[in-house]
Design a protein around this ligand. Structure first.
Ligand SMILES: C[S@@+](CC[C@H](N)C(=O)[O-])C[C@H]1O[C@@H](n2cnc3c(N)ncnc32)[C@H](O)[C@@H]1O
Length: 315
């Protein structure tokens, strides 16, 4: 049986999006469709939702699961959310009341050995959300030199032992290629220093896997593009809700919200605004919202989640 995916902060997401009957909503990261199901339910009887996912398997699964209940109120497209500005108007969602981003990967992807997302999976080291585009992680591991791997692990994994791990990869692949997630995780485990006693134990390869996944999917650039496109699509009063799972993502969301809340981008030394930009967002959450201990106990994946929400102004 396929492992399920529990939607994170599901009630809070619906409260923040405040989807009304008859409204138009976008779920930019469909995954297992848990949030979509709740959002569409809250827009009964006639709200519509455009669901996007880069992963064709997610689209097929949600189609199977939710089509019987929602019929043509649910519109699905396999696409990267970077293309939201083109895909949404083409699908009849040119001006919407809400847009959700629930970043990262789903439990379906994590549990699928063939995708190489999980540290303990024996399948090929791929990690692409859309396996028909871009290059698999194994190719980066096989081709980048030690300096490039170090930079990648530092930048996208904030990995303190990046040089040591990069050197070990280069030495290992000269002897035998690193093809599977399990081989990479085993290698990192052998060379990374032990977690000091008393610190929360995460697998030593966790940050390396995060870094490779971000690089393979160009996740941070996609997030910036997706947020910009979503804001352009929102009607005044429309809500933008984002769930992020690590500090690199959350920083981008926070800065984007702050910049659009401020509007003016003139340098501080300019006495009068010359950029002419006005604020386009009002913050709905001053600080990020995090899951309760009860939710984390029931769904450990929720552990690192941070939710931020903002409302489109008329500007
Ligand atoms: C955390 S899951 C979403 C789970 C979903 N909210 C639910 O309740 O089941 C994230 C999903 O977003 C997709 N995804 C990640 N980055 C994407 C991007 N740039 N464009 C489109 N889909 C993306 C992944 O393929 C994955 O299925």
């Amino acid at each position: 049986m396929e492992p399920g995916h529990l939607p994170v902060l599901a009630e809070e997401v619906v409260t923040m999006l405040a989807p009304a009957p008859g409204s138009l909503q976008i779920d930019a990261t469909l995954g297992g469709g848990g949030h979509t199901e709740r959002i569409l339910g809250a827009t009964d009887p006639d709200g519509r939702l455009l669901g996007l996912d880069a992963d064709g398997a997610a689209i097929a699964r949600v189609d199977r699961l939710l089509r019987p209940r929602f019929g043509d109120r649910l519109v699905l497209r396999q696409s990267n959310f970077r293309a939201l500005g083109r895909v949404a108007p083409e699908a009849g969602f040119g001006a919407v009341d809400g847009c959700l981003f629930d970043l990262g990967l789903s439990s379906f992807q994590l549990g699928d050995a063939e995708r190489g997302f999980g540290i303990r999976t024996g399948g090929p080291l791929d990690m692409r959300f859309d396996a028909t585009r871009g290059v698999p992680a194994a190719e980066l591991v096989a081709s980048l030199d030690a300096a490039e791997l170090t930079a990648l692990f530092r930048r996208y994994g904030e990995e303190p032992h990046a040089p040591r791990i990069a050197r070990a990869i280069v030495a290992e692949r000269a002897v035998s290629p690193i093809r599977t997630a399990e081989e990479l995780a085993g290698l990192v485990e052998r060379v990374a220093p032990r977690t000091p006693p008393g610190r929360r134990r995460i697998h030593p390869a966790t940050r390396i896997f995060q870094a490779l996944r971000i690089a393979v999917n160009e996740e941070l650039d996609a997030l910036e593009d997706g947020l910009t496109a979503a804001l352009d699509l929102l009607r005044p009063g429309g809500r933008l809700v984002v769930l992020s799972y690590h500090s690199l993502e959350d920083r981008i969301v926070k800065r984007f919200f702050q910049a659009e809340r401020r509007g003016c981008v003139c340098p501080p030394e300019v006495p009068v605004c010359v950029c002419g930009r006005s604020p386009r967002l009002r913050l709905v959450t001053r600080r990020s919202v995090t899951p309760s201990p009860t939710e984390i106990a029931a769904n450990p994946r929720a552990r690192s989640a941070r939710l931020r929400a903002a409302e489109r102004l008329a500007a």
